[in-house]
Design a protein around this ligand. Structure first.
Ligand SMILES: [Zn+2]
Length: 151
């Protein structure tokens, strides 16, 4: 389920739950979503508020490709260079930090609230956990993924 902030053509704002983005589109194209204030069916999603946009710091999802054959032609020499660059960025961002793995969310929050000493750390967090941290005012940044060199 996903909650959308919606607005009708008379500028009435309301919220509603949908199965997913496609679910919203399907209902809306059939004019099955009504404004609770004026019953208008000219509904659109609201532009995200600045607070919501902050969570854009965290990538929503990673896109993947599954090539039909085991060809490495998907990556040109330039692409491989870019990949190398990202690996270097990752290295630079993390070299002085401790890898706390799955304890990242917990440790980052403790530091933020002064429960433990502030030290640079990195680790894993789900999108949901990362969003909660950002909403709590904890400063975190996504780091480039570690590429699996065996591919
Ligand atoms: Zn309305």
């Amino acid at each position: 389920m996903i909650r959308y902030a919606l607005i009708c053509d008379n500028d009435h704002e309301f919220e509603s739950w949908f199965k997913d983005s496609a679910g919203f589109d399907a209902l809306n194209s059939k004019k099955l979503i009504e404004c609770p204030a004026c019953n208008s069916t000219k509904i659109s999603k609201q532009i995200m508020s600045p607070k919501v946009q902050r969570t854009d710091l965290v990538p929503a999802e990673q896109e993947w490709i599954a090539p039909a054959s085991q060809s490495s032609e998907l990556l040109s020499p330039e692409d491989l260079e870019m990949r190398q660059k990202l690996a270097e960025i990752r290295q630079r961002m993390t070299e002085d930090s401790e890898d706390v793995g799955s304890r990242f969310t917990e440790e980052a929050r403790k530091m933020h609230f002064g429960d433990i000493e502030q030290l640079p750390i990195y680790g894993r967090a789900s999108l949901e956990e990362a969003r909660e941290l950002i909403e709590d005012g904890v400063g975190i940044l996504p780091i480039p993924p570690a590429f699996d060199e065996r591919n």
